[in-house]
Structure formats: C-alpha cells, structure tokens
Design a protein around this ligand. Structure first.
Ligand code: ADP
Length: 493
C-alpha cells in the first residue's frame, strides 16, 4: 500500500488527510485548532510556532490513528489559508507573528496609495488595493518590526505566504518556493507572466531577494528532511491556495466550471481556462493553477458572511442550538406570502463582491406582526443565497457560459439553502460525496505531479451526492428584485 498526505493549513486549524494513493480514498483525518491572536480591533495574527506545532500534532495523530508506517507515504500536498503573511530568517526562525488575511491594519496605507495603484498596478495584479492581500502586510512588517528590518539589512529575511513557510520547515530550510495560486494573492506577481514584477516590487518597496521562487503548482517543491515525525526524502509535489484547491478538488477543470464554498464566509471561483479575464463587475482575476508551463486562470467572488449568519442566529438570538438546526426551523416557515416582504441582509462585516462596501452593516427589514423565529431563519438562509447570487450574477456578466455550481463547505450540507441557491441563481447545484475538497484537491495534484493521472482524468474521482435543480416560482425573481432595490437604497446611495 502507498499513501498520500494532504495538509490543509486553515485559518482556525490544520487538517491532515491520509489518502490511498491509488483510489484517493480517505483513510484518516485529523484536525488541530490553534490560537487566534487579536491584539486590537481589526488586527488578527497567528504565531508561526503555533502553526508549525498544529501541523506536527495533526500528522502525529493521523499516523497514530491510521496505524500506517510513515515510510508508505509517497508524496505530500499542501493547501493553505491564502494571503496570510509570514516573516522568518533563512534558518526558519519566526521574526514576528504572521499577519492574517482578515487583518485590516494597512487600510490607511491602501487609502493613501489607491489612485496611484489603480493607474500603475491594477492591470498587472487583477486585484483591488486592499489590506487583505499580502503586499501591504509585507510593507507593514518592513516598516514597523525591528527584527524584520534587521533581518532585511543582514539579507537574512524570508517574506512569504504560509505554503512557503511550511515547505521551508518540512525541508529543513532547503526549499524557499511557492506557486502561482498563492503568489497571485500577494499583489507582487504579474498575472500575465507569473513572475515577481519589478514595477510592483518597487511600488511596495519590497526586494525580490526576500521572496521565494515561483514554481508550477504540481511539481517537486522539495523533500522532507530532519522532521521528527516523517522519514527523510518524501517529496512535496502539490501546492494550492485553499480556494483554488477546492476548485481543483471539485474537478472544476473545464472552462466555465464553478465551485462555491460555504464556510464562515463564502468563496466562488470560476475556471476561465487559459484566458485571463479582467472583470468589469468587481470580481477578482486570479490563477487557478499552473502545470507544465500552462496557466489556468480564474475569476473569484466572495461574501464575507455565509455560515456566520447562522452562527449569529445560534449564538446571539439563541433561536437554534446547533447550526444544522436552522434548516428544520426555516422549513417551518413554509408560507411564502409571509416571507415576501422579509429580507435578512447578512452584511455584519461589510459587503464583498460586487459592491465592496466595507462600512455596510447587517439589517432585517420587512418584519410584520406575523413574523416569527422560523421566518427570520428562512430569511437568513435566503440572505446567504442572495448575497452569493450577486457574485453569480457578476460571473454571468463577465462570462456568459457558466456550468452547474459545485458546492462544498460546512453550510453546503443544508438542503434548503442549496435549493434556494439553485432557485435564486437559476443554476443547477451539485453536491459531491467528498466534502474535504480542499485537501482532496492537493492530493489529486500529487497524483498529477507523479504522472499517475492526467488533469483530464480527474472528474472520474468526483462523485455526486445530491443535485438541486432550479424550481420555477415567481417568488424567487420577485424576491431578487426586492433585494436589489433594498441594496441600492440602503447601501449604495
Ligand atoms: P470554516 O472552514 O470557515 O470554519 P466550515 O466549512 O467548517 O467553515 O463551516 C462552518 C460554518 O457553516 C459555520 O459558520 C456554521 O454556522 C455553518 N453551518 C454548518 N452546518 C450548517 C448547516 N447545516 N446549515 C447552515 N449553516 C451551517
């Protein structure tokens, strides 16, 4: 028997999967959560030592549970929280906490430089200037952290995303590498060339000396060395940022294939093939993966809040005890007439695609004497589906031929929500049997790198669990109209 390991280094924890290298059957899974650090409102950090420990513990427990000899591992794939920015020495010593993608500390810097950026950089990066992306976080570290400044002066500085840090640790410092789905989120890489761009580097004042080499997504990134829980010499063969890994894991390999991940927030990514499309509707242009010199591009839309709105019903309104109960409660509100005027706008932390309004707040409007908990729960699910539908509408404008939407993430288990998504978006929804699509994506990437499967053969590993077809009912287009009008009135005027 031979096995693959997929390491999914996420925002709240690290999940490891052990998979059969022939069938891709998941043999064991382990998740280790780690500390979130909130030094001030708007700031979010991770300790790189905590992250590394979560990887060690997760793999240790995985082998223990699966009773597999680590010598049977033939390759490792890594997927990671994107944009989170790390600074460490060439010997792998962390110089400061990682600045997490959610961190807003560089908002003022972005406001000051936005006009200049739009003129000189936007075309190259496909991204708006926003604290979310890594470039401004690296600039902040160079400006504000003495240890980072010192390391820069001594030419002993590594600045990178999490994937690079993990490979550096796994290879005992031998490899300092990344790949385009991560590098495209730094604002330092030119989307068209997949290389660090001199103009972008000088805009942010970051030397190329501090940045990793950008390789293809499925290739050899290095081999394990001196890691106490793994034998030396296991190759790391596949790396993708988490959303692109989910796209790959869903076998969205054809132009027009689209996936939607419903976690705390939600991310939609569309495969646009070898064509780099620049959105006219507020979507991000990014890279899905590169393989043997061929680049597959993607468009991306996001909603800051998806499952988090259900958490709010659970934790703040106490109308449910567990998140899945929202479906039973919402199903009690079967009288659609009562639902007609009711809207739940789930913008607790601003609006993402396509309006990008970071000051927006959530609202529930259209409450009548007959409104009860069940109607609010149903409106909450509608609000999640409607806000994601705004991204789907943007996709349709930029790219008219969308295929069915493949779904994953915790809230995709909710049948009512999936049916609403099909109805509001007028798209077929497909839910797969394997819901660990992110880790699964980089495991498949290992098989591609090993030459055991081709990318074209990937769909045979994808198995349907349930599909949801759009239902024709005038309720849905009417509600969509009310939603659009309300957004215009409340958030855009
Ligand atoms: P993340 O990776 O962002 O932590 P997960 O994919 O684990 O998120 O999904 C968890 C989120 O999904 C939570 O916000 C939770 O409220 C929501 N959730 C989980 N199950 C359901 C369900 N059956 N219906 C609606 N929301 C759900």
């Amino acid at each position: 028997m031979s096995y693959l390991i997929a390491i999914d280094q996420g925002t709240t924890g690290t999940t490891s999967l052990l998979l059969d290298a022939k069938t891709l059957e998941i043999k064991a899974k382990n998740k280790q959560d780690y500390r979130q650090i909130y030094p001030k409102p708007g700031l979010v950090e991770h300790d790189l030592n905590d992250i590394w420990k979560s990887v060690e513990d997760s793999l240790d427990k995985l082998f223990h549970e699966a009773k597999v000899n680590p010598k049977q591992i033939i390759a490792i794939g890594i997927t990671n929280q994107r944009e989170t920015t790390c600074a460490y020495t060439k010997s792998g010593k962390p110089l400061t906490h990682a600045i997490v993608w959610q961190d807003r500390r560089t908002a003022a810097y972005c406001d000051e430089r936005r006009a200049d950026y739009e003129k000189h950089c936007r075309e190259k990066t496909g991204l708006p200037l926003d604290p979310y992306f890594s470039g401004t976080k690296m600039r902040w570290m160079l400006d504000h952290v003495e240890a980072v400044k010192d390391a820069a002066d001594k030419n002993d500085l590594c600045l990178s995303t999490i994937d690079t840090f993990l490979v550096h640790k796994l290879t005992n410092g031998a490899s300092f590498v990344t790949e385009p789905s991560n590098a495209s989120r730094t604002m330092l890489m030119n989307l068209a060339t997949q290389k660090w761009d001199t103009g972008l580097l000088s805009f942010f004042g970051i030397s190329k000396d501090f940045l990793p080499e950008v390789k293809d997504s499925f290739t050899e990134f290095g081999k394990t060395k001196n890691v106490h829980f793994l034998p030396d010499g296991i190759p790391i063969l596949s790396i993708l940022g988490d959303q692109q890994a989910a796209l790959f894991g869903q076998a969205c390999i054809n132009v027009g294939d689209l996936k939607s991940t419903y976690g705390t927030g939600a991310f939609l990514v569309l495969n646009t093939g070898t064509e780099l499309i620049r959105s006219k509707t507020g979507l991000l242009s990014t890279i899905a993966y590169t393989h043997q010199g061929k680049t597959i591009f993607a468009l991306e839309g996001s909603a800051y809040i998806a499952g988090a709105a259900v958490q709010w019903l659970r934790d703040n309104l106490k109308s449910i005890i567990t998140s899945p109960e929202v479906e039973t409660l919402a199903n009690k509100a079967s009288d659609l007439d009562q639902m007609k005027p009711l809207l739940f706008m789930p913008f607790f932390t601003g609006i993402g695609t396509p309006y990008w309004n970071s000051d927006a707040k959530a609202a529930i409007i259209g409450i009548t004497r007959g409104t009860d908990n069940s109607h609010i729960a149903r409106a909450c699910l509608e609000g999640i589906a409607l806000s994601l539908n705004d991204s789907v509408s943007s996709f349709k404008k930029d790219f008219p031929n969308l295929n069915a939407i493949k779904v994953d993430g915790g809230a995709a288990a909710n049948d009512l929500l999936m049916q609403m998504q099909a109805n509001f978006s007028d798209q077929k929804i497909l839910r797969p049997k394997v819901i660990d699509t992110t880790a699964y994506g980089v495991a498949m990437g290992c098989l591609v790198a090993l030459g055991k499967i081709t990318i074209e053969e990937m769909p045979k590993f994808w198995k349907l669990e349930k599909e949801f077809n759009p239902e024709k009912n005038s309720y849905y287009p009417e509600k969509k109209k009310l939603w659009d009008n309300t957004i215009a009135k409340l958030y855009l005027s």
